[in-house]
Design a protein around this ligand. Structure first.
Ligand code: CMP
Length: 138
């Protein structure tokens, strides 16, 4: 069924000049952009967004990284969006990411891995609503 996922181009992807190329890979793969903006997470935003990782040793580093500069936030629509997008971005660790994936092309490390993709339909809806008002979702 046609459904939606949520993505961010993380601060490393923006800093390294990859916004255009990453969006091109996303649209070439058949995703329709239904919301899009450049924004920056506050510390409180990042802590809330990654609350599920609060007990992990890398949580502080993750919050610092995700808040250090602007990100691109987007809601994407496609048949089987959540699963197909996670295939497109590739493994968390770029050393393990398959050829042709966004992380293979643009991630620099396991922490600075260029893009986020929601892990479930439920989280896609929560994360999309975190960033976009209803009138910003086309
Ligand atoms: P993502 O899977 O999108 O969401 C959780 C993020 O935590 C992950 O991307 C990485 O950015 C970060 N992360 C996961 N594992 C590690 C790690 N071992 N060290 C540092 N950051 C990590």
């Amino acid at each position: 069924a046609t459904n939606r996922t949520f993505t961010m181009i993380k601060p490393d992807g923006v800093e390294n000049g990859h916004i255009g190329n990453i969006l091109a890979m996303i649209t070439t793969a058949g995703f329709k952009i239904v919301s899009l903006k450049l924004t920056q997470l506050t510390i409180a935003d990042a802590q809330a967004f990654y609350a599920v990782h609060a007990a992990r040793p890398f949580y502080g580093e993750l919050v610092e990284f995700m808040t250090r500069g602007p990100i691109v936030a987007a809601i994407l629509e496609k048949d089987n969006a959540v699963e197909d997008f996670r295939t497109l971005i590739g493994a968390t660790n770029p050393a393990e990411a398959a050829e042709g994936t966004i992380r293979k092309a643009y991630a620099t490390s396991i922490g600075e891995n260029a893009v986020h993709g929601s892990d479930s339909d439920e989280n896609a809806a929560i994360e999309g609503a975190f960033h976009f008002a209803g009138r910003e979702q086309f």
